[in-house]
Design a protein around this ligand. Structure first.
Ligand code: SF4
Ligand code: SF4
Length: 383
């Protein structure tokens, strides 16, 4: 287990500030020593939604550019890409690249991914994941760099390096995974399998402007002023989550990674380069937990009752414009439009929050029923 994580302050996204911070971030790890001339490197950035960098949903272009510049200077061939929810097609991705500012990476000699091929791959060492449809640009690379953002996530509590690998699965194939892995634990186990298959050589987290509240797409930007890097994506996640008050009890991917011996039980046991204390945000607004552990119960009546009373579920707020995009994004076919408003069939809903990721207005919020709030408490880092 490699528990080394580098952490440095980065006050803002001014180019010179980011450049200095990235040098300081990489130095103690000698983070790019493995990069050789001619190597094909895919930077898998979290481009979850076509939002500008000020919304804090995606890594800032200055961070992506600073990374790409260091790679191209070492003679690597660099491709930046992702497959967000929606069609894995050029017009869709071009809109995402433009909105997120990713087009700027071409100034560094890097390219944006335009290969929208996909291949079904087997995962021989997968604990729960036997195979998946993977983006070809990742399969063709000699190495993958995982470039994530520090954000809350409705289903997983926090999204960082491990969850970022979900975007290796092409387009709408992703939605069916919520059905195939319907519990927290199963979904997290699948993500850890995926991350283990793709083996990112380096993981980097942009936490300069993080996202709190209704993440991962429509939360509120929150200045944390930090960059993190590690060769171990789960170690990076353990420290990043700890900064915002989360640990393995509140983040199922961390619990799964700890169970598999990929990380220690808590962030205190990591080997840190840099001081995390200045970057702790004790009042970071978290998503309510989504408890779906009782789903295996046989009594349909009890199942319905408990689900209605306990399970955090999506609910459209008044900013809904009735566009119907959530209907398309729902893998459980739980949403119908009634009088121009989305109506969610509670018993069909699997609380995957794909609807929230498809909603262009951020209108689909995580609603935690009163009894669930009383009985469950908050997500926590166990301290
Ligand atoms: S309504 Fe939303 S949260 Fe429920 S299954 Fe559909 S997409 Fe998932
Ligand atoms: S996608 Fe959002 S705005 Fe559109 S109908 Fe659904 S909740 Fe309303």
């Amino acid at each position: 287990m490699d528990g080394r994580v580098s952490i440095v302050g980065c006050e803002n996204y001014a180019p010179e500030t980011v450049e200095q911070a990235m040098d300081a971030l990489f130095a103690p790890l000698d983070a790019l020593s493995w990069v050789k001339p001619g190597m094909k490197i895919a930077v898998k950035a979290n481009l979850v939604v076509a939002h500008g960098p000020e919304k804090a949903a995606t890594p800032h272009p200055e961070v992506v550019c600073a990374l790409c510049r260091r790679l191209t200077e070492r003679g690597a061939e660099v491709i930046v890409g992702d497959s967000p929810g929606g069609p894995y097609r050029k017009p869709f991705l071009d809109a995402v690249y433009r909105a997120t500012g990713m087009t700027q990476v071409t100034r560094t000699g890097a390219r944006l991914n335009e290969d929208f091929g996909e291949t079904e791959v087997r995962v021989p060492e997968g604990k729960v994941l036997p195979s998946f449809w993977c983006c070809d640009y990742l399969l063709k690379a000699d190495a993958i760099i995982d470039l994530c953002k520090l954000k809350t996530h409705a289903l997983m509590g926090y999204t960082g390096a491990c969850k970022n690998m979900f975007g290796a699965i092409t387009g709408t194939h992703k939605t069916e995974f919520h059905y195939r892995f319907p519990t927290h634990e199963a979904f997290a186990s699948m993500l850890v399998d995926l991350c283990g298959f793709l083996k990112p050589r380096l993981s980097i987290c942009d936490g300069v402007l993080a996202m709190e509240g209704n993440g991962p797409s429509y939360g509120d930007p929150r200045h944390v002023g930090v960059l993190l890097a590690s060769f171990n994506p789960h170690a990076l996640d353990l420290l990043a989550a700890d900064l915002i008050g989360l640990g393995k009890d509140g983040v199922p991917t961390l619990a799964e990674a700890a169970d598999r011996g990929l990380i220690p039980e808590n962030a205190r046991a990591l080997s840190l380069f840099g001081d995390p204390e200045p970057f702790r945000v004790p009042d970071f607004k978290l998503q309510p937990p989504v408890d779906i552990r009782f789903w295996g119960l046989r009594s349909e009546w009890f199942h319905r009752l408990a689900k209605g009373m306990l399970v955090t579920r999506p609910k459209p707020d008044k900013t809904c414009v009735g566009c119907g995009k959530c209907v398309i994004g729902c893998p459980a076919k739980a949403i119908t439009m009634v009088s121009g408003r989305p109506k969610i069939e509670r018993n069909k809903c699997i609380s995957c929050f794909c609807c929230g990721e498809f909603c262009p207005k951020g209108a689909m919020k995580a609603y935690e029923p009163f009894v669930g709030r009383l009985t469950r408490g908050k997500r926590t880092n166990g301290k």
